[in-house]
Design a protein around this ligand. Structure first.
Ligand SMILES: Nc1ncnc2c1ncn2[C@@H]1O[C@H](COP(=O)(O)OP(=O)(O)OP(=O)(O)O)[C@@H](O)[C@H]1O
Length: 679
């Protein structure tokens, strides 16, 4: 039954309940308009100077923008009738934002407020002071239905139709927020304390990404001032994924959250690299190697400094310089250590000036620190360096690498690290994605990387230990939400335990699990789960909320050539076009041009998803390596055997690809399917 035809579920509900609720919606909308008009009428002129005026105007503009009413987005989606006993109203409406009337009476309460928690958590077993929970159904922006759950009478409540319809809704366009239907176990994660790092293991479609985004929104609401200063960032696997999730936080009123990729954060280096080399570079042992490599540049001073002023010469003896260097080494980061060395040498010169009866001030000390003899000594003993210079030496000079690596890397590993064809200089070197994390580690050894207040890391199972360290630096004074699925690890260095991920991230946190799938129909999930014993034997088979009978079809095109397979893909696409919702044709990367050509040849308009693009088209051709995190109503997977063959963890890639479907999955193949799927 569509939502707008839902009947009231309580037998004695007055017929005009819906009309009353619609009136409350109209009143709330009007009140929001008034709040916005009031914000617009405020002037920044009250601020004293021009700069303060600009800052205040910026804040007022933000406030006005945040108070915009989006007619298609329900202003509230739930109502709680409470038994009272506290200072809060007995009836509250739960919505995306707070709305109050001219007398400050709350008409809608933000879903993130403490009192709204009961909307998500209350049950007949634990009613949390709620007598009745009401869920609203919308059609466009119009309130068209409601559904009641009595909580004070014990017993059980059946499944919510409004929730089921939301989950069954066909997917089109980018990801949407789930504020109206967050489940109790998801809500626990969303509302965990700011100081707490949470790590969520979850099968495909259990809502990990959704939960991470809502947690960011929750934390920003609850700790607005603190996080406005320190910042919240979302890190996802690629730009296509970021574009898919990009509208969730703005829809929740949060526009100031950076959403980026690891490459966006560490540098867009992408020189091709043998995965075996990348695996050594991604190993946490590299941290020690880099530390030694950097500090090997600080050499034992053999000479002192002579500073001449007028007729006088002030000398700091070599053994004194050695003492200063020794006392600084290991106690500061590299760059401040270098600055401190110059200052300490200058200080020694000043002491001698004072002994001679002069009274030099701070300016003299700075001048001495910047003088030529001091600079020359500092450059010789503690040279100015960039991360690129250090890594360049490490990857091109075998002896230097051996001194830095000591026993931490085997001779074979060292051999692997060295560039087969060294570059002429660090300036012309082409860095790989794995190098980016090494450069970042070196940068942090030189100068402390600032920390954010909270970091959400999605698809974290794919990150190398060195990448995790790089992300860990960015939340070392804050906390993190770490999301992923060990079964979906597709890099050679994919994590095998979450404890290890947290260790490299430098965070102590709890690992929790989400087990109920909201995306993939049961039949499809069971099919994909046949791969689990081979890719993640420790994980339990995922469960799906959606039965989806008839959602799976596997078509073999036989040995008689590609034409038949192309024909099968076309037939599946045409089938899907006749139904509602988005269509993703997921093909091995190497077959993408061929599949696109087949569609074009048949006159079927489509787009091809690329790593940097925000392609929006109902029919998309998706390279297998870009499918992670995405979903389509109808998924057509082309030639699974080639997907498996294409990379070392190809079976895990296939698992990712098979779990993108919301409504139907069609597998089209000519080559035999991987044995695990047919078992
Ligand atoms: N409580 C919920 N109510 C309605 N829809 C939900 C809920 N939780 C998740 N979903 C929907 O289920 C789908 C899958 O969610 P999401 O992409 O967050 O899962 P995931 O665990 O990150 O999946 P994957 O591991 O495949 O990346 C999305 O369409 C999301 O909106």
């Amino acid at each position: 039954m569509p939502a707008h035809q839902l009947a009231p579920d309580i037998p004695d509900a007055p017929a005009d309940v819906l009309a009353d609720e619609q009136a409350h919606l109209a009143e709330s909308r009007e009140a929001l308009r008034a709040m916005r008009a009031h914000a617009q009428s405020l002037s920044a002129d009250a601020a004293g100077d021009w700069v303060s005026q600009q800052i205040l105007q910026g804040l007022l503009d933000q406030r006005v923008a945040a108070l915009a009413d989006h007619p298609d987005t329900p202003l509230f989606f739930g109502r709680l009738d409470r038994s009272g006993g506290d200072e809060l109203p007995t009836t509250i409406y739960v919505g995306r934002r707070h709305v109050h009337d001219g007398t400050s009476r709350p008409l809608v309460i933000d879903w993130r407020a403490p009192v709204s928690r009961a909307f998500y958590q209350a049950s007949p077993a634990e009613p949390m002071g709620v007598v009745r929970r009401r869920r609203f159904g919308y059609h466009g922006g119009a309130l068209t239905a409601y559904e009641d759950e009595p909580l004070a009478e014990g017993g059980q409540i059946g499944p919510s139709r409004i929730l089921t319809e939301e989950i069954e809704r066909p997917r089109t366009g980018p990801m949407r927020d789930i504020v109206a239907t967050i489940q109790p176990d998801q809500d626990e994660i969303v509302r965990s304390a700011l100081a707490q790092t949470v790590c969520v293991q979850g099968a495909p479609g259990t809502g990990k990404t959704a939960v991470g985004l809502h947690r960011a929104a929750y934390l920003l609401f609850t700790h607005r001032e603190r996080l406005a200063r320190s910042g919240v960032m979302i890190v996802g696997p690629n730009r296509a994924f970021l574009s898919y999730i990009s509208s969730v936080l703005p829809a929740l009123g949060e526009v100031k959250v950076d959403q980026t990729t690891v490459a966006g954060l560490l540098g867009e280096h992408a020189a091709p690299e043998d995965p075996e080399v990348a695996a050594v570079k991604g190993d946490a042992r590299m941290a020690k190697v880099l530390d030694r490599a950097l500090w090997l540049h600080v050499v034992k001073p053999e000479e002192g400094v002579v500073f001449t002023k007028g007729a006088y010469r002030y000398r700091v003896a070599d053994h004194e310089v050695r003492e200063i260097v020794a006392s600084l080494r290991g106690t500061t980061r590299y760059a401040p250590g270098r600055a401190a060395l110059a200052q300490r040498l200058a200080h020694q010169v000043l002491v001698r000036m004072e002994q001679r009866g002069e009274s030099p001030d701070d300016r003299v000390q700075d001048a001495v620190a910047r003088s030529k003899p001091v600079r020359q000594l500092v450059d010789a003993v503690w040279p100015k360096l960039t991360p690129e210079q250090v890594l360049f030496r490490l990857l091109s000079e075998p002896e230097f690498l051996a001194r830095a690596a000591k026993a931490d890397l085997s001779p074979e590993e060292q051999e692997r690290l060295l560039w087969a064809k060294p570059y002429r200089s660090w300036k012309s070197a082409k860095w790989s994605a794995a190098d980016a994390a090494l450069l970042d580690e070196l940068a942090d050894l030189m100068e402390r990387t600032p920390s954010l207040g909270h970091l959400v890391v999605d698809e974290a199972q794919d990150l190398s230990e060195m990448q995790l360290r790089a992300l860990g630096r960015r939340c070392r004074n804050g906390s993190a939400t770490v999301l992923g699925d060990l079964a979906q690890g597709t890099t050679p260095w994919s994590a095998t335990t979450w404890e290890a991920v947290l260790t490299h991230l430098g965070q102590e946190g709890e690992v929790t699990e989400l087990t109920l799938g909201f995306r993939v129909p049961r039949e499809v999930l069971d099919y994909a789960a046949r791969l689990l014993p081979s890719i993640a034997p420790g994980l339990a088979a995922p469960r799906s909320l959606r039965p989806g009978a008839g959602s799976l079809s596997v078509r073999e095109s036989g040995e008689d050539g590609e034409d038949r397979e192309g024909g099968d893909v076309l037939a599946a696409v045409r089938d899907a076009l006749g139904r509602e919702g988005s269509i993703g044709v997921i093909a091995p990367d190497a077959l993408v041009p061929e599949v696109a050509a087949t569609l074009a040849g048949a006159g079927l308009a489509h787009a091809v998803l690329s790593p940097d693009s925000a392609e929006e088209h109902r029919l998309l051709v998706v390279p297998a390596t870009l499918a992670k995190g995405l979903e389509y109503d109808h998924v057509i997977v082309v030639e699974p055997a080639d997907i498996v063959e294409a990379e070392p963890r190809g079976l895990a890639r296939l698992y990712v690809v098979l779990t993108r479907a919301v409504t139907t999955l069609t597998v089209v193949h000519r080559k035999p399917l991987p044995a695990q799927l047919t078992a």
